[in-house]
Design a protein around this ligand. Structure first.
Ligand code: 5GP
Length: 194
């Protein structure tokens, strides 16, 4: 899952995971300081730059990127183990990370969460009240460039109405589960599958 800050990814993903408890969140590593209310090990693994660099050198990250001046990375073994065990893992990553995941060849579905409009995105970022004015201005500029990449994603979910957007997201999870069950269904019915 990708989308600009303020598109509502966190809210949406929490709702999806509440409905689908076997969808688990990939807790990223970041060098960004924790915001008020964020919990280490739950929202992120908050680490110093040295630890991040060490993990990077040890090839622990499936993907990593510098976003808004901080480093973020997805723990590769954690994701691969859960996917290998048949689980669904939700990654909240930026477009640079999404491109790396696509290149990794891992069986991933790419979903882009869009805000209903530029004005609404600006309003949401201001309302959050956790970032300064220059941080918000920088995020808006980055959001424009990120949204230009939305067309290559498998699914676009416009978060204008939270109920509908959650429903769309859940529909994607469900459709992808059905698609992945296809080989097993064919085998059980003795249908040839290629
Ligand atoms: P925030 O600092 O607001 O939590 O996140 C800023 C941006 O970093 C968001 O767009 C989020 O999707 C992205 N992000 C969070 N974790 C990762 C990660 O592990 N890898 C990448 N590439 N981006 C991430």
């Amino acid at each position: 899952m990708t989308g600009p800050s303020g598109a509502g990814k966190t809210t949406l993903s929490r709702r999806v995971m509440a409905e689908q408890p076997d969808v688990t969140f990939s807790v990223s590593y970041t060098t960004r300081p924790a915001r008020t209310g964020e919990v280490d090990g739950v929202d992120y693994h908050f680490v110093a730059a040295e630890e991040f660099e060490r993990r990077l050198a040890d090839r622990e990250f499936l993907e990593h990127a510098r976003v808004h001046g901080n480093l973020y990375g997805t723990h590769g073994p954690q994701v691969r183990d859960r996917v290998g065990a048949g689980g669904v893992v939700l990654l909240d990553i930026d477009v640079q990370g999404a491109r790396q995941v696509r290149a990794s060849g891992i069986d991933a579905v790419f979903l882009f969460v869009l805000p209903p409009s530029q004005a609404e995105l600006e309003r949401r970022l201001n309302q959050r009240g956790t970032d300064s004015a220059d941080v918000i201005a920088r995020r808006l500029g980055i959001a424009q460039r990120e949204m230009a990449e939305a067309p290559w994603f498998h699914y676009l979910v416009v978060n204008d109405d939270l109920e509908r957007a959650t429903g769309d997201f859940l529909a994607v999870v469900r459709a992808e589960r059905v698609r992945r069950a296809l080989p097993a269904v064919c085998r059980s019915l003795d249908l040839s599958f290629s």
